[in-house]
Design a protein around this ligand. Sequence first.
Ligand SMILES: Cc1cc2nc3c(=O)[nH]c(=O)nc-3n(C[C@H](O)[C@H](O)[C@H](O)COP(=O)(O)OP(=O)(O)OC[C@H]3O[C@@H](n4cnc5c(N)ncnc54)[C@H](O)[C@@H]3O)c2cc1C
Length: 351
Amino acid sequence: MTCCVVGGGPAGVMLSVLLARAGVKVAVLEKHRDFLRDFRGDTVHPSTLRLLDELGLGRLPGPELTAMRMRVAGETVVAANVGRLPGRHKHIRMIPQWDFLDLLAAAEPLDLRMGTEVTGRRRTDGRVTGVTYRDSDGEGELSADLVVACDGRDSVVRQAAGLRPDEFPLPMDVWQVRIPAPAASTGSAGGSRNCSAGTVRCSTRSGRGTTSSCWKPRWAGRRSGMWTVCCLLCLGDAAHTMSPVGGVGVTLAVQDAVAAARILAGPLSAGRVSTQDLAKVQKRREWPTRVAQRTQLGEHEILLKPALEGTLTRVPPPLRAVQRFPLLAVVAAYLGGIGVRPEHTPAFARR
Ligand SMILES: Cc1cc2nc3c(=O)[nH]c(=O)nc-3n(C[C@H](O)[C@H](O)[C@H](O)COP(=O)(O)OP(=O)(O)OC[C@H]3O[C@@H](n4cnc5c(N)ncnc54)[C@H](O)[C@@H]3O)c2cc1C
């Protein structure tokens, strides 16, 4: 196998579609049997919508969100105005992640191995040369020129390769609970959402007893940081788990995948992918990731922390400035919805 992608989330599926369109032999190993899983957010931002256009995938169904409003100290404030963004997509599309993944995976015939859980990595002469896995037939091994870890925040592959993330604590996290529901319950209301027969999912925020933290990339010597070792690359949440604030996790994961495909398709096709090529992906995506993380930390500090501590008695000055100067609400929407250094679908994958 030329490329083994571990994990069929937004990063893994997007990368696989792009590499498949470049003619690279790629397999995706996904531990679940389908994409229907716990709530992972419903937002698809303008930068991703534009990529879907470029891939020729057409319009996503679902409601549109054109502004982000919040109640702060008794006032309704607009935090981001997506409706005035440049380009065709002046909205965030609300669509369950499993529908988004179904659509993406159908874009190209993929070697998508569902129900295949990666258990570790193969190593030969100090290089990562593939993965070990477990599926319904038992244990197996898959050799690959390149392994891409897209297996999310608790990435098994990253851990097996000895890459350790830097962690920093957050004042909040999103918890989920499953509550048995009457069989007749349908539709969604408030923070609760109907899932499948017999269960209701609801997400709640907690400021106490938080259990997880947000990872930022560790840059050992700044060039061989946590995203890569020879020949393994981490993308999306596996490289940089984001806070739920602003719902930018999918955007960054997808952008990572597009940058990786553009940079690596040539070397992979030629059978000569190198650590320098992997470092180029890391270098390309380091800055946008850091900007998003810094922005989120600021949002925690000025808004979420005081809100959770009960000290948010007035609209914080930065948010007040956004109300006074409406263009700032467009800038905020640009940072969240398009981001710094947005990626475009490479020519070989456009339809
Ligand atoms: C409650 C919640 C709400 C969120 N809301 C939003 C939102 O509104 N907007 C937004 O943009 N982001 C949101 N996020 C973040 C977003 O879900 C992630 O940032 C995004 O999904 C990351 O994509 P990924 O492909 O890197 O990883 P993931 O989506 O985590 O995908 C990883 C995949 O790897 C698979 N996998 C894991 N381990 C293995 C293994 N050992 N072998 C094989 N497969 C494996 C998993 O099953 C999964 O399919 C939310 C997250 C949570 C938890």
